[in-house]
Design a protein. Structure first.
Length: 220
């Protein structure tokens, strides 16, 4: 028996499209399927509309991915209240890095994404405020924020790859087996090159960068 066609007027009305709703749907797809599936076509399917309708709110896939990144920056949170300004700065940067590590595909995209939404602005404001609390000159702080976020993003992207354990083991063996005759510095430093837990190395890197930002003048 053939089903009776249903009039469009009897169907529930679709929610009106909004940029906020589009970004929320994109974040849901990211969490469930990864960033590779966050496309205009997949998003249109999720929202029961045509891809052309989405371009009214988002210009292209790059802007969509940047908006998704900005949305997730909202989970980083404000600076904690306890501790020195350096400790709180490191905690914010670590929270940012961990957020990216939870979304490996987004971590790699974040190297080139250009978020410009409210959560990105809040993150920059938080970092600048902490550097100002440490009496870091304004010009150095402004340049330093970019450097700190670049390192955090690159670290997350590096560890978000699907590299084989065998690949990392090959690097370790190459460093450990380096000849003193041809690579004396590597041979003498092999232990140090491979030492330290990832958390400790990330913390050290942030500390080293902040110290450099404090002491390095911005060129005229």
């Amino acid at each position: 028996m053939t089903a009776t066609p249903r009039s469009r007027r009897e169907r529930p009305a679709k929610p009106a499209l909004t940029r906020e709703g589009i970004v929320a749907a994109a974040v849901a797809i990211l969490r469930a399927e990864g960033l590779r599936k966050v496309t205009m076509r997949r998003l249109a399917q999720e929202l029961d509309t045509g891809p052309a309708s989405l371009y009214v709110y988002v210009r292209n896939t790059d802007e969509l991915h940047a908006a998704v990144l900005d949305e997730l920056l909202g989970t980083v949170g404000p600076a904690p209240e306890g501790g020195t300004w350096r400790e709180r700065l490191e905690q914010v940067l670590t929270a940012y890095t961990r957020m990216l590590l939870e979304h490996p595909s987004l971590a790699r995209s974040a190297l080139t994404a250009r978020p410009s939404g409210p959560h990105y602005l809040n993150l920059i404001e938080t970092l600048l405020t902490l550097l100002d609390e440490g009496a870091v000159p304004r010009e150095r702080a402004a340049w330093g924020v970019d450097l700190l976020l670049q390192h955090a993003t690159a670290t997350a992207a590096e560890h978000a790859g699907e590299e084989s354990p065998d690949d990392w083991q090959a690097v370790q063996l190459a460093l450990r087996d380096a000849s003193e005759g041809t690579h004396p510095q590597i041979a003498a430093s092999a232990g140090a090159l491979l030492s330290g837990a990832p958390e400790a190395r990330l913390s050290w890197a942030f500390q080293a960068l902040v110290t450099g930002i404090e002491r390095t003048a911005v060129p005229d």
